[in-house]
Design a protein around this ligand. Structure first.
Ligand code: RP5
Length: 164
């Protein structure tokens, strides 16, 4: 098995439904990855060990999803020099605590915080970062963007034709 390049971590298995969107994208692009449930509050020792050893194990990017007080992404970023992408988990209309927590990192410890439940884009952003130095992945990503572009053109063209 290939060494994982992206680590997807989340505070609870109750976050899996949302974080699976990121897993699916990495699978589609055949990016080696690993998926772990690691809680900043319930297993702080595991979180620290995971983050401090991540770079030496070959990981290049970590995607971290958490809800509630959502300390996992920020504390993971504190323990590693790797880029960490945060996915604030939102469970209901007024549930914005995770977003607020994730965007309020202090200067000096960056955390790339995406929109609430934005795990698909988290994986795509990870792919963009990896593609800077990975030519094969860059080609796949370019094809993905082109297909997306062509789909919109096709939809628009159909709309124009149907409207006449
Ligand atoms: C956070 O608390 C987790 O990331 C999850 O989103 C939320 C609830 O966790 P569980 O009570 O479902 O384990 O730490």
């Amino acid at each position: 098995m290939d060494t994982p390049l992206v680590g997807i971590i989340m505070g609870s298995d109750s976050d899996l439904d949302i974080m699976n969107e990121a897993v699916k994208v990495l699978q589609e692009f055949a990016v080696p990855h690993e998926v772990r449930v690691i809680s900043a509050h319930r297993t702080p020792d595991v979180m620290a060990e995971y983050a401090t050893s991540a770079k030496d194990r070959g990981l290049q990017i970590i995607i971290a999803g958490a809800g509630g007080s959502a300390h996992l992404p920020g504390m993971t970023a504190s323990h590693t020099p790797l880029p960490v992408i945060a996915v604030p988990i939102k469970r209901n209309e007024n549930d914005h605590e995770a977003l607020w927590s994730n965007i309020k990192m202090p200067p000096g410890v960056p955390l790339a915080t995406l929109p609430e439940n934005g795990s698909k884009n988290a994986a795509l952003l990870a792919i963009e970062i990896l593609a800077v130095t990975n030519l094969d992945l860059a080609k796949k990503y370019e094809a993905f963007r082109q297909k997306q572009h062509d789909t919109v053109i096709e939809i628009d063209s159909k709309l124009q034709n149907d409207g006449q």
